[in-house]
Design a protein around this ligand. Structure first.
Ligand SMILES: [Zn+2]
Length: 99
């Protein structure tokens, strides 16, 4: 009887999910919620963090738009391509084009 519990198996297969994780796309891309004023990616990379810049991403694919709406404001890390949604406590930066 060497069966593992489901919790043990999950802990071995997947590292702890990142804080602020909102969703995971079919291709494994994380979609996370930005912390207030967050400007750089905080995905762990070994003992450091990725720290790539978060850029507004206008080419969000169908999966992102079907999950979060066609007008979703999405940012993407320029290094690891993790996606970020804006923090609710910040006003959208779409200016006069806001709708
Ligand atoms: Zn990154």
């Amino acid at each position: 009887m060497a069966e593992k519990t489901a919790a043990q198996t999950a802990a071995e297969e997947a590292p702890a999910p990142p804080a602020n994780l909102v969703a995971t796309l079919a291709d494994g891309t994380y979609v996370k919620r930005r912390s207030a004023r967050q400007r750089a990616c905080d995905e762990p990379k070994g003992k450091k963090i990725c720290a790539g810049h978060l850029k507004r991403w206008y080419e969000a694919g169908g999966e992102v738009r079907s999950k979060f709406g066609p007008a979703v404001e999405v940012y993407r890390c320029e290094r690891c391509l993790t996606l970020y949604l804006p923090n609710e406590s910040e006003t959208p930066r779409t200016g006069t084009l806001a709708y």
